[in-house]
Design a protein around this ligand. Structure first.
Ligand code: SIN
Ligand code: MN
Length: 264
């Protein structure tokens, strides 16, 4: 699957594009079917909220779970990533962000490439995020907030926040956020489970805590062009990957065909 000209233009102009119904309810069910087992595992890759129990982020699932290994190679997300990054890609980071009902904590204002540059020495911003909603995302359960067009400002000054949440992040100054919001506003893309949401690695974004009774699980794949591989290995391998082998695409039915074969 490739993005059409209008979708590419929106991605370039606004820094993001939303693809409703990118994955079917059956495909979402296959992806979600793996979650209880993944979240139950006490492993380094599973970051907990400050309560020490609720999963905040499960990193690198695609490296040990077969369904997610296929998912990162799915043509509906891998092909657009290759198209937008203009070449072969590998996974720089993979995360299942749970944003659990009542307990999901804030993600402060930040740019992903700001972190990848400072922490991992990624040479350029020719990398991006492809998100797929695994729950319905509404105005109450901690949707992403993003500032359209903010990606055009390049890498912004940031400070390393080690205390607000359980996960360290390079976060942006409030005055700068105010100025950018006056310019571009804030958008909070909502959608059904299965919605695809692709955004530029320099797009400024955040999300509020989830005090609703609804979980808000989103899976994020950060693809990077293989020519743009990171040069410093400061963070754990399961946060900033070192395997720069280009991904090979799977068939379009790779989630459903193999799961029904496994059930036979
Ligand atoms: C992120 O910015 O990486 C995560 C934000 C979220 O899942 O709400
Ligand atoms: Mn982010």
């Amino acid at each position: 699957m490739k993005l059409d000209d209008a979708q590419l233009k929106q991605f370039r102009d606004d820094g993001y594009v939303i693809l409703p119904e990118l994955f079917s309810a059956d495909e979402v069910a296959v992806l979600k079917g793996e979650i209880p087992d993944i979240f139950a595992q006490r492993r380094d890759e599973n970051f907990r909220e400050k309560d020490g129990d609720t999963v905040r982020t499960a990193f690198a699932t695609h490296n040990y779970n077969d369904v997610y290994a296929r998912f990162v190679r799915h043509p509906r997300i891998l092909a657009p990533a290759e198209q937008m990054l203009d070449g072969q890609v590998y996974v720089h980071q993979f995360k299942l962000n749970a944003k659990a009902a009542f307990n999901g904590d804030v993600w402060q204002w930040h740019q992903d490439y700001g972190t990848w540059k400072r922490d991992d020495d990624m040479p350029t911003s020719n990398a991006m995020n492809l998100a797929v909603y695994l729950d319905d995302v509404n105005e109450f359960n901690g949707p992403l907030y993003l500032i359209p067009k903010s990606h055009k400002r390049g890498v912004l000054e940031a400070k390393h926040d080690l205390s607000t949440t359980s996960y360290p992040l390079w976060t942006l100054d409030e005055g700068l956020i105010r100025e950018m919001v006056e310019d571009g506003g804030i958008v909070a893309p909502k959608g059904k489970a299965g919605t695809g949401f692709f955004f530029d690695s320099c797009l400024v974004h955040a999300s509020p805590p989830n005090i609703s009774p609804w979980d808000r699980l989103i899976v994020y794949i950060s693809y990077n062009n293989v020519e743009n591989a990171i040069r410093e290995f400061n963070r754990a391998e399961w946060i900033a990957h070192r395997d720069f082998t280009p991904l090979k695409v799977e068939p379009d039915d790779c989630l459903l065909a193999r799961s029904s074969a496994a059930a036979e």
